[in-house]
Design a protein around this ligand. Sequence first.
Ligand code: ADP
Ligand code: MG
Length: 715
Amino acid sequence: MSRPMEIKFLKGVGELRAGLLAKELGIETIRDMVMYFPYRHVDRSGFYPISQLGENMPALQVKGRFISFVTEGEGRKKRLNGIFSDGHRMMNVTWFSKIDTISRIYHIGKEYVLFGTPKCYRGTISMVHPEVEEYDPTRPPVGLRGVYSLTETLRKRGFTSRAIHDIVERAIEHPAFSAMPETLPPEIVERYKLMPLHEAVRAMHNPVSARQLQLATERMKFEELFYVELHILRYARRRSRSLSGYVFPRIGRLFNDFYFKQLPFQLTGAQKRVLHEIRDDMRSGRQMNRLLQGDVGCGKTMVAFMSMLIAADNGCQAAIMAPTEILAAQHFESISAWAAPLGLKVTILTGSTRTKARREALEGLASGEIQLAVGTHALLEQKVVFRNLALAVIDEQHRFGVAQRARMWSKNQIVPHVLVMTATPIPRTLAMTVYGDLDVSVIDELPPGRKPVQTFLRYDDNRMEVNRLVFSQLREGRQVYIVYPLVKENEKLDLKSLEAGYERVRETFKDYSVCFVHGQMKPAEKDHQMDLFVSGKARILVATTVIEVGVNVPNASVMIIENAERFGLSQLHQLRGRVGRGADMSYCILMSRHNVGRDTKKRLGIMTETTDGFLISEADMQIRGPGDMEGTQQSGLAFNLRVASLARDGQILSRAREAAEGVLDANPSLVVGEPERSVATAEKKGLPLAASSIALLNSEIAIRFDKSVDWSLIS
Ligand code: ADP
Ligand code: MG
C-alpha cells in the first residue's frame, strides 16, 4: 500500500496544527483522524426559545442576535457580557477570557446560533462561553453532533471540539477515506449484519439519528473486540497444537484410596465435575492450562489435592504455590495430613525455610523422593529442580504475575500442566479476554450446610451495638476478625490507626486474648501471631488484609471491617469469606464513615444485599471499569479499548468471539498482516501465551488503526 495520507495535507490544517494533533492526540494520518471518535453526542436538531430555558438542562442551541456587548470588572475579574435575544426574550452570555478577540469577531445584529448549557440565576438565563456560529439558513440543522475530547494544550492553542469536527469532515471528504478498505471480512459484515466501515465512520461523527449512531457504535465495538479475540484465540489454538503435556492415562491406587477410604466428606457436584474436566485434560496429551474459579470456601484445595494425586499415581511430582507464607503453611498442614496415610512425601518451601530443611527439600525434589511440594514463589527459584514436575497448581492467582507463571513453565523439559485457582470471580467477559487462553472451570456450589453470612453496614455511632454482638459471640466460644485498611500511599497513618485500634480492642475486650498481624511484621512474628488465632489461643485477631486470602478458621464467626469504605468490592468479599465456614451463624460488619461518595455507597450496599461472588464481581466491574480490577492489573494487562467496554459490551463480545472462532476454523493458519511480527517477538522472548497475547493487544489495535489489514493475506 502507498504511504498513508498525512493530515497536514488537508485543507486548513497545515504543518503547525498537524504537529499539534500528532503530539497531543497521536493523530497523524487521515485514517487516525476519522477514527478519532467523539466521546459523546449532543442534540443539535433544533433551536430552543429562550423562554423555555432553565436550570438542569443539557447543552442545547438557541438562535438569535446580540443586542450589546459590555466589558465589566478589572484585571482577573474582567469579563465580557453580551445580551442575546431570540426576538422574544433575552439572555446573558458571558466570557471570562479571550475578551478582545470575541468582541472583535462577533457582531451586533448578525444572526448567530449559540450552543451551550443554560444557567438560571434569579430568573435571568445565562450561558458561559457557549459555542457561537453564524446562522446559515442553507445548512439544515444537524441532528446529533459529536463532542471530541481535547487536551489542555490544544484548548490553549484555540482548538475546539467544533474545529476537530471540521477537520474530521474534511478528512471524510478526502479520497483517501473512500480508498480505505473495509477492515472486517465481508462474510462477517454480512452474517452479523454490521454497518459497513465507511458508513459507520461517517455516522460516528455525523449521525442522522440516535438509531444510526447506535448501529455505527456497535459496528466499531464489534470490530475492536473481534481483533482482540482473534489474537487471543489464535494463541490458544497454536499453543494447544504445539505444547504436549504429560499424559496420565490412569487413575490409580492413591486417588482411589483417598477417595473411597479417606475423604472426610462427600465432594460437591461441582467439585466432581471440575475433577472430571481436569482429568480429561490430563489424559488428552495436550498441556493443561486451566483456570479454576470458585467462591471463597467452595473447596478448591481439595480439588487441587486430588489432581495432585493423579500426577502421583502416574509416577510424577506435583506442586502447589500460594501467594503468602501463611497460606502455604495452611496448605502444607492439610495436604500433609491427607498425604501421610497414602505414604506420600510432602515438603514445604518458602522464603523462611531454614537452610537444613531447604537442602533436604531440594534434594528430595531433585531425586523424586518427595512427590508433593507446597510453597510460595520460593518454589520458582533457580535452585529448585524437580525430577518430573507434572502439575503446578497456583492458588489465588491474582497475586502472581504472568511472568512468574512463565518461569514455572520453563523449569521442565515437558511443560507441566497448570491449574490456576482464584476466588476472585472474574466476570465472564473479562475472563474471555484477560484469560482468553485458559480453559475455565467453575465451582458454583458451596459444600452443604454453609449459611450465608449476615452483612450489616454500621457507623461509628453504632460502636456499642457492634461490641455487644462481639461479646455475645465470644461468650459462645467463637472467634472474631477485626480488619483495618493498610494502603501504600497512606502507610504511616494507617499503621497508626491500626495500632490505636489494636489498643482499643484490647481495652474493650479485656477478658479475651487478642493477637495482631500486619504485613510489615517479620515473617516469624507474623506466623506466631497467626498461629495464636488458628489454634484458638487468641480469640480476636486484629489485622490488615494479610488475612484476605485463604486463611481458614472455621470457628471464627464475626468479621468486622473498619473503614470499609476504603476497600474494593472484591476485597470486601474475600474478607467476608473468612467467616461462615463452620459456625451456625456468622456476621460481617462493615464499619464506614457517614458521608461517602456515590460509588462507595453502591459498593457497600451491594455487600449487604448479596453473597454471590459473581454478582459482586460484575457489579465491581460496572462501578470501577475493568481496567481497575485486580485481575486485570495483576495480569499485566493494560489495554485501551477505544470504543468497546468490557463491562457493558458483553453481548457484542460474545458475538465477536464467535466470529473470531469461525474465522480461525476456516483459516487454521491465519496470518493477519503486520501483527504477525509482534507474535513472533513475543514468542522469541518466551513470554507465556496470556502475556504475549496481552502485549499484542495494544500494539495490535494501534497498528490496525493506522494500517489497513490486508485480508488477501488470509487464505
Ligand atoms: P477455597 O475454595 O476458598 O480455597 P477451601 O479449599 O479452603 O476453600 O475449603 C474450605 C473448607 O471447606 C475447608 O475446611 C474444606 O475442608 C471444606 N470442604 C471442601 N470441600 C468440602 C465438601 N465437599 N464438603 C464439606 N466440606 C468441604
Ligand atoms: Mg483457598
